[in-house]
Design a protein around this ligand. Sequence first.
Ligand code: ADP
Ligand code: MG
Length: 252
Amino acid sequence: MGKDKLQPLRSKWYKTKMLLDNSSITTFIPDTQKFNKENLRSMISGYRMVYIKPERGTYGMGVIRAELEQQKYAYQMNEKRVTFSSFEAFYTALARLVGKRSYLIQKGIHLLKHNNRRFDIRVMVQLSPSQTWEATGVIGRLGHPKRIVTNYHNGGKPMDVHKLLESHASASRRDELIREMNELGLRIARHMKKKAPYLKQIGVDVGLDRSLKPWIIEVNVKPDPYIFNQLKDKTMYRKVIRYYRHAVKKAQ
Ligand SMILES: Nc1ncnc2c1ncn2[C@@H]1O[C@H](COP(=O)(O)OP(=O)(O)O)[C@@H](O)[C@H]1O
Ligand SMILES: [Mg+2]
């Protein structure tokens, strides 16, 4: 799969910068900065809720959600929530967690909920055997009730998108939304391919806020195709896996 050639694309910072080059994608990217004291101060006071995550993380590991509520600072990682009454104490604790690693701070998106659990959406975009980009699958990921991430490898449950969106949007609005997310995924793939010609598939983590605006949480360049096997209806899975195998075979 040209693993080494995709190496720079493991950095969420590098990928964000790449996407910011395209004006039709920019409006879907939550403000993202490097973790440091000044950026933390300004972002937490401006947005009141931010996500702090490793520049090169996976599976939701090390991801932190931080909030400023009634002059109190709080953060949660895994299932542990800690509160602070001063910014200094809050920053010191976070800096200790982060250590020498490179972390990013991102504007927090208030993700939609289903049964009181947050969810986001994975949009799969793949190069077809005839070498055109196609949106091949879309799936919801329902977070574990006690966690702040939705990753499958972190307690998340893959689910049918319509089911998750049922109480938030009508059937026709859901179809429109899925079309919009697929379009966004295709735009991202075409743009990234210009700078990373070895790219054959992407999996976009899309967060929807209360106004149903899609936000790009991250773009995975080695998305797990098997998550689609968790759906009862195997239509998407069959196509995703067929394109995936074709791409792998071609690369060998
Ligand atoms: N800015 C954000 N707003 C809301 N939720 C977020 C944000 N960033 C991350 N998350 C949650 O954390 C999960 C993991 O973050 P992500 O950036 O996708 O890193 P990873 O590479 O570990 O999957 C996301 O799927 C989402 O549930
Ligand atoms: Mg992710």
